[in-house]
Design a protein around this ligand. Structure first.
Ligand SMILES: [Zn+2]
Ligand SMILES: [Zn+2]
Length: 432
């Protein structure tokens, strides 16, 4: 590798605002494989990769091809009494629409097809056009869109939903895995790899160099810490907005010192999802009708059935994803909200870590929804055996989406601001 290209890969030193606690700190240029963490709360500020742009481009192309294959082929086929049913990616949502659960179908299609396609196409577009001599300015808006879509792309969760459906059906009918499932396995592997290889800072750095060369010349001054500096939520650039200016100079997103109305909005979303949590657990999510007989089962009932048929690992997985994770999210967010409003100063690092955990695990609750959609589409053998998704699934999907939005709306930096205010107040009272 030439010296010039090695230098091109190292992201320049710059000022960062920690997303966990809001501390401004400068991060030096990092060699590939090295990561920088916030010195106050431990949140990762930047992790440098080797050949970030080239690796991401190759992996994105591979993922796009696999996603197209998965959309066009059959995932699974089941056979009973001489009748064969095949299910592709869209069979589950089509079945949901026929049963009047259109909202659920839209969510499933968005998180398994829409968001992954948007994310991959956007990344490919940005990475390809970045190689031009004069890339267009709108690449920055496209890349912001990619970052916004990322949490909603749930391929790695979908693969677990498919796996649960496969094991669950094993007892009831003859089941075959088809091309689509193998494409899905490969796609999951590639997408996790691509997420690991992606260095957002390196892409922004390249965008700055090519679409805003004047900004690169100004960068050394930006390293000085200045009062009123705000970190952009979308691209991470720290800037001091001129009077009357409220947009990020790099990506044009609206700038806020803290997420607007964070506490009120998060409370509203947490309360709404706590309310929905009741029907999600009381109403059936699945009904298995075998030879004309069958009872609807709730989420907890499904776990009990798995235990009684001795599928312990699967029971543990469904219990964790559908019962433990939503509970942990609701309790965790409530603890963070109450601690922020009461200005508590203890456990700040742990609470920030809890925030990152709550944000990361939210999507895994969708396993149950994917499994129900797939089972409903596959098992339609009249009175011999039929599986119907239940209305509880709609409420449960609502809980997952609302708690994910709540985690995005909550601003962990407010916990540190509140604690700082309390400590200052105590110090002031002590001195008086
Ligand atoms: Zn921090
Ligand atoms: Zn920005």
């Amino acid at each position: 590798m030439s010296r010039a290209s090695a230098e091109r890969e190292i992201v320049a030193p710059r000022l960062h605002e920690c997303r966990g606690c809001g501390l401004l700190q400068s991060v030096p240029a990092l060699l590939p494989g090295i990561s920088a963490h916030c010195r106050r709360c431990g949140t990762t500020l930047h992790r440098a990769r080797r050949h970030p742009l080239e690796h991401s481009l190759a992996l994105t192309v591979a993922a796009l091809i696999l996603l197209v294959v998965m959309c066009l082929t059959t995932l699974m086929s089941v056979e009973t009494a001489g009748i064969v049913h095949r299910a592709g990616l869209f069979s589950g949502p089509v079945e949901l629409v026929q049963r009047g659960m259109t909202a659920l179908a839209i969510v499933v299609v968005f998180v398994t097809v829409g968001a992954p396609f948007g994310k991959l196409l956007g990344t490919l577009y940005v990475l390809v056009r970045l190689r031009e001599a004069r890339p267009p300015r709108h690449l920055r808006r496209v890349f912001v869109l990619v970052e916004r879509l990322t949490p909603w792309s749930m391929i790695e969760v979908f693969v677990l939903g498919v796996l649960v459906a496969y094991v669950k059906l094993g007892d009831l009918v003859t089941i075959n895995l088809n091309t689509g499932v193998f494409a899905l396995f490969a796609l999951t592997f590639i997408m996790v790899w691509a997420d690991g290889a992606m260095d957002h800072e390196a892409v922004w750095d390249a965008l700055d160099r090519t679409t805003r060369p004047d900004a690169t010349r100004r960068r050394p001054q930006a390293l000085r810490r200045v009062a009123g500096a705000i970190g952009c939520e979308s691209c991470g650039l720290v800037s001091v907005p001129a009077p009357g200016e409220s947009h990020c100079p790099r990506c044009d997103s609206l700038l806020h010192a803290r997420k607007p109305n964070s506490l009120a909005r998060t409370w509203a979303l947490v309360i709404a999802s706590a309310v929905l949590y009741v029907p999600a657990n009381l109403y059936p999510v699945l009904t298995v009708v075998q030879l004309g007989a069958g009872e609807p089962s709730t989420i907890l009932g499904g776990v009990r059935e798995l235990i009684s048929s001795r599928m312990y690992p699967l029971a543990a997985l469904v219990f964790f994803a559908s019962i433990a994770v939503p509970m942990l999210k609701l309790v965790g967010l409530t603890v963070m909200l109450v601690a922020t409003q009461s200005g508590r100063a203890g456990w700040l690092r742990d609470r920030t870590r809890l925030y990152h955990v709550v944000r990361f695990i939210g999507r895994w609750s969708m396993i149950d929804i994917f499994m129900e959609a797939l089972l409903g589409a596959l098992v339609r053998f009249g009175s011999v055996i039929t599986i119907e998704p239940g209305i509880g699934a709609v409420a449960f999907c609502g809980v997952v989406i609302l708690t994910m939005l709540a985690a995005e709306t909550f601003d962990p930096r407010l916990m540190w601001d509140a604690a700082l205010r309390t400590t200052r107040l105590h110090r002031h009272q002590a001195s008086v």
